[in-house]
Design a protein around this ligand. Structure first.
Ligand SMILES: Cc1ncc(COP(=O)(O)O)c(C=O)c1O
Length: 484
């Protein structure tokens, strides 16, 4: 590397990319990887393995893929497998249906429809229609390489300064840092609204109004949209129907586009919780709300499927003006088409084996085993955290995370300040170095000043999770002894 050949420097690349932060893959994640490498070289640590509870990647933590999905994926890439007598007939039928829709009967060709294969979008539309009891059109469905891609494209639509006012988007605090990262890259204002921890991380309209007014008066912003993550990441709440109705009314009054991030819609655990899709609630509310614009996101990376590496998701755009929809589609057309394996898994998710199909029993068994175990782990983690003095944790009603609040001794706050760290970052680093457990400090997601949290996934398999929780309990007791 030299000045003669390196024309790109930190002074002349996009400053917003330098500014953006992504805590989930930030310094703790980097250090966890370093520790693993040190251990591989024989460096002794006070623990046997690193437990990566930082990332919502279930298969990395031992979750098994669904057999039907993988049989379809394998034979769609290598159709000779269709001659394998152990592959059930419904796998073959599925593969043939999708391959027939592919140009040249091959997944190596670009798909003709830039929104994704029509036959799969039809299945998505049927799934949503059945789920909500309101019609969904395949024309309103866009398939993508994971939801991140489509969230970025939709937010890109709003990236325009009008009357000298910077565009702003309301995002929850704590929030999944994907949103803050995209908004930073786009130089759009992040209008943070606090979730109400004392009320199960619900969303409060007084707080929404406070955040919006502050953005308008203090930052001369033009608020364009509100992001709602339901079920929540990192907070694990499932919103009630009433809460969603209030958000819809607020968005209507303030002329905001609603972005409903519903990627965890299959991950519901609490007895009293139910997933209410924004689209359904909006339609049930009748006019004028039922005609509002809405974008909702779904992914194959979560739920019981957890196929994040295959990259697939679908987006439903509701009530868009045809001219705006055309511009959105034009913008995605440069990428030709989402990958066919991702589209294939979406097809399996929205149109799984039905009763009487040869794959049905195994599919149901595998799906229920994953969701049942996640439910048990959600309860285990909630009960354990609330048994630790100085910890409090809301119920993990859904998604894949717990976000406990931890009381920090004054001494820790002081030391962290001297180190230029957040107190919960200091805590998470100490936890990692002493136990090998990698969690993400609450400051990476945002939190009320003076409160400290961390996010852990509920994804380690049950025995590992029990071991992890015991270590956290012991660590916390020693930590308090040392720093109180
Ligand atoms: C709330 C939320 N939205 C979107 C995503 C992006 O998922 P993907 O791009 O894998 O679909 C994630 C990933 O963890 C997430 O937690």
């Amino acid at each position: 590397m030299s000045e003669e050949t390196n024309f790109l420097t930190l002074d002349n690349i996009n400053p917003y990319i330098i500014e953006l932060q992504y805590a989930v893959r930030g310094p703790l994640f980097i250090r966890a990887n370093e520790i693993e490498k040190e251990m591989a070289k024989g460096v002794q640590k006070p623990f046997k393995t690193v437990i990566k509870a930082n990332n919502g990647d279930a298969q990395a933590m031992g979750q098994k893929p669904i057999t039907f999905f993988r049989q379809v994926c394998a034979s769609i890439a290598h159709p000779e497998l269709l001659n394998d007598p152990t592959f059930p007939a419904d796998v073959k039928h599925r593969v043939e249906t999708i391959l027939k829709a592919c140009n040249g009967y091959s997944i190596g060709s670009y798909s003709a429809d830039l929104q994704g294969l029509e036959v799969i979008r039809e299945h998505v539309a049927q799934f949503i229609t059945k789920r909500d009891g309101f019609a969904c059109s395949q024309d309103d469905i866009i398939l993508s390489n994971g939801s991140f891609e489509s969230i970025k494209i939709v937010l890109g639509l709003l990236k325009c300064t009008i009357d000298g006012k910077k565009p702003g988007v309301m995002i929850p605090i704590p929030q999944y840092p994907l949103y803050s990262a995209i908004l930073t890259e786009y130089n759009m204002l992040k209008i943070g609204y606090f979730l109400d921890e004392a009320n199960g991380w619900s969303i409060n309209n007084t707080e929404l109004e406070r955040a919006l007014n502050e953005a308008k008066t203090k930052h001369n912003a033009n608020p364009r949209a509100i992001v709602v993550i339901n079920p929540g990441n990192p907070t694990g709440q499932v919103l009630t129907k009433e809460n969603i109705q209030n958000i819809i009314k607020f968005a209507f009054n303030e002329k905001l586009l609603i972005l409903a991030d519903e990627v965890y819609q299959f991950n519901i655990y609490a007895k009293d919780s139910e997933f209410h899709p924004f689209k359904k609630v909006m339609k049930e509310m009748g006019e004028p709300y039922s005609s509002m614009e809405l974008v909702s996101f779904m992914s194959i990376s979560k739920g019981y499927m957890a196929e994040g590496g295959i990259r697939g998701g679908y987006t439903e755009i509701t009530n868009f003006h045809p001219q705006v929809r055309a511009q959105l589609l034009k913008n995605i057309s440069a990428s030709y088409c989402p990958n066919i394996h991702g589209q294939t898994v979406i097809d399996c998710v929205v149109n799984p084996p039905q009763k009487g199909d040869p794959s049905y029993d195994l599919f149901e068994k595998e799906k229920n085993a994953v969701l049942g175990s996640l439910k048990d782990r959600a309860k285990l983690i909630y009960d354990t955290f609330n048994s630790i003095p100085g910890y409090s944790c809301n119920e993990v009603q859904g998604a894949m995370y717990a976000f406990p609040r931890v009381e920090m001794p004054e001494k820790v706050i002081e030391i962290a300040k001297q180190n230029g760290q957040e107190p919960d970052e200091f805590y998470a680093f100490q936890l990692l170095e002493t136990t090998g457990i990698c969690v993400i400090p609450g400051s990476g997601f945002g939190q009320k000043a003076g409160t400290y949290h961390f996010r852990t996934t509920i994804l380690p398999q049950t025995d590992k999770l029990k071991e992890m929780l015991n270590h956290i309990k012991e660590f916390h007791a020693k930590f308090l002894k040392e720093y109180s």
